[in-house]
Write a protein that binds this ligand. Structure first.
Ligand code: EPU
Length: 426
């Protein structure tokens, strides 16, 4: 198991370029299941979850050429014959987003067999809303031996109101509705930019979707979709992570190739805390030369502050003057990083869904453990300002979703290196 060794104390200086959004790329890859023609995706990030999705699609009979190293990371997926419309437990357990194939498979093949994901480090994360929505579209669903089995001759358009806002649930049903007969109206949808990006791709493939990015989406079903070429949007969570890193380390960092309009809640909260930011087209410059102060933050669905930047914000709050109350409203158990930050010297008390962070506390190096993707990012940020050498274990969590994280950080002056576990490697 790889580890990171990080020596803190260096301000991040220079320019870092943002990669394509993992959470947009995953549903766009699943959308390729809806057609027998090639779907070409550019700006696919080179991260573990993309490779897992490649394996998932390939196991069903798809031809997937990941474009890492090619211009624009151009990736091509063709699902001419789907011999086995199944997602096994082996794949779903390593990546919950595998359940995104459920809707497209039942829409295209008339059947799907997908493992139930089970709980994960950040909460229970059920998929009941995906299942309920597919039933409303006319699919017959059975749950057996840990699998969801869905079947339908052809899905039929319906009015579906989500009981709770769900990102991949919205994406799953949106994909299913494109090939359903008649009109589908989805209400109380997730408004994340990744949903709008998926709809953009689906419309290029011949779907008829209006309203993606708002809470009501209308889909006129079509009988067939075509291949298409599409460029994935920049990763707003990666951008948010680097912006916070620039502020925390007292650096002067230019975050290039991002979409600042997708980051408004994060930028506004950082401004409230006194962080100096300059927006220039597709770049955000963060100037960390002044001290920042505590600001309470609550996570919300987009356009609110993203839960995927909560852990990183908590690391920043340890370095702010005063008390910040961080409230996590999306997931019930997303504070695993807090105890590790405490081990580095932070003063954090957890009270249910609230974390009370008292700053500013000097952070010290320690051996710390990554528990999930964004928790790991927050520990890297803490290590960048800690005194001494921090060793971060289980960085495979980071590799799931940050492209070349340590190279990018090193490029702007961080002292970080990857270390293979000498005992673990054969
Ligand atoms: N929920 C249900 N029933 C469902 C679906 C969701 O109760 O059928 C609940 C969840 O338990 C949670 C809330 O609804 O409490 C929101 O979950 P959502 O479905 O929106 O999360 P997701 O679609 O599984 C995506 C991202 C996550 C991100 C969340 C919230 C992808 C592939 N994943 O997950 O990203 O945290 O939305 O914004 O898009 C990450 O990248 O680190 C990550 C975890």
């Amino acid at each position: 198991m790889d580890k990171f060794v990080i020596r803190g104390g260096e301000p991040l200086l220079g320019t870092v370029r943002i990669s394509g959004a993992k959470n947009a790329a995953l549903p766009c890859m699943a959308a390729a299941l809806l057609t027998d023609q090639p779907v070409i995706l550019e700006n696919i990030p080179q991260v573990r979850d993309i490779q897992t999705t490649r394996n998932l699609l390939a196991a069903m009979g798809a031809e997937v050429e990941l474009g890492f190293g090619r211009a624009q990371h151009r990736t091509s997926i063709q699902c001419a014959n789907l011999s086995s419309p199944e997602a096994s437990y082996e794949l779903v357990k390593t990546m919950r987003a595998s359940t995104l194939v459920l809707g497209p498979l039942v829409a295209r093949c008339g059947r799907a067999r997908v493992s139930l994901p089970g709980g994960c480090a950040i909460g229970a994360r059920p998929i009941d809303l995906h299942i309920k929505g597919l039933e409303q579209l006319g699919a017959k669903i059975a749950q057996e031996h840990g699998y969801v089995e869905a079947s339908a001759t052809r899905l039929k358009g319906a009015e579906i109101a989500f009981d709770k806002i769900t990102v991949t649930g919205t994406e799953d049903l949106l994909m299913a509705a494109t090939l359903a007969e008649g009109e589908t109206v989805l209400q109380n949808c997730a408004r994340e930019p990744e949903v709008a990006d998926l709809a953009d791709l689906l419309n290029k493939m011949g779907a008829s979707i209006e309203g993606a990015g708002t809470s009501t989406i209308r889909v006129q079903g079509v009988s067939k979709l075509n291949g298409a070429k599409h460029r994935i949007i920049p990763d707003r969570i990666e951008a948010g992570t680097f912006i916070i890193a620039g502020a925390m380390t007292g650096g002067d960092l230019n975050i290039a190739g991002c979409e600042p309009t997708h980051l408004e809640a994060v930028l506004n909260k950082l401004r409230e805390a006194g962080v100096k930011l300059k927006i220039n087209g597709e770049s955000v410059r963060v100037m960390g030369d002044n001290p920042f102060t505590a600001a309470d933050m609550s996570t919300e669905e987009h356009p609110g502050f993203p839960t995927d930047c909560q852990a990183q914000y908590m690391a920043l709050a340890t370095q702010a003057e005063g008390t910040s109350v961080v409230t996590e409203n999306i997931f019930e158990n997303r504070f695993m990083h807090a105890q590790e930050l405490v081990r580095m010297g932070a003063n954090i008390k957890i009270e249910g869904r609230r974390a009370v962070v008292r700053g500013k506390t000097p952070l010290q190096s320690a051996a710390v453990m990554c528990s999930d993707l964004r928790a790991s990012a927050s520990l890297v940020l803490a290590a960048l300002v800690a005194d001494g050498e921090t060793i971060l274990d289980r960085v495979y969590h980071l590799d799931r979703g940050y492209e070349h994280f340590e190279e990018k950080l090193r490029g702007v002056g961080a002292q970080i290196r990857r270390m293979g576990d000498v005992f673990g490697k054969k």
